[in-house]
Design a protein around this ligand. Sequence first.
Ligand code: ITT
Length: 198
Amino acid sequence: MQIVLATSNKGKVKEISGFFGEIVVPYTHIIDAFDIEENGDTFAKNAIIKARAIYEKLPDDSIVIADDSGISVPMLGGEPGVYSARYAKIGASDKDNLHKLINELKKKNIKCTAAYYTAAIALVCLEGEFVVHGWMYGNVIDEALGGGGFGYDPMFIPEGFDKTLGELPSDIKSDFSHRTKALKLIVPIMEMIKLGRI
Ligand code: ITT
């Protein structure tokens, strides 16, 4: 079974390939990259939009998974949430978004506050459309520490640790992350599809 990954985010490709191994192929290895308008107001809706957009361009028997994810800070009213990829501006880099979030904390004199990552993983195939979620809780701090991970990881300290995901070894993130938790839930769905029971 080959799974096509509907993302052009290199950090996601690395983590999802690390989970599934070689059965996962980024869609950009099959067709040219194209823009997908992510106009849903939830992670789940945007994950389905991305998976569907890629599925429609591939043979009917393809299995496509997409990841829509982001970080939410309750003290900032849940920001950036579904807008995590375009928090600083449309087309912003990971660095721009990270520094925008650090600045928003600094503006409110917040050095450290609760935050959580959400990942919605959508699977679209001939048999139907499925979405699962995973979350990782922790705190965000008003500085970027370490060069590991991607996106907001250098300012995110997972619950139970005293270092950011930028500083911690990558296997800690792969053991506990929002993405891993969601991917673990998609596995039994894939198994049922493979067995022809869905
Ligand atoms: P695709 O839509 O092509 O998958 P994207 O980067 O636009 O790529 P999203 O719309 O899901 O993906 O935006 C996710 C944002 O949240 C993006 O800015 C990421 O850097 C950030 N993010 C998501 N998961 C993360 C993680 O595990 N660690 C750090 N930042 C993360």
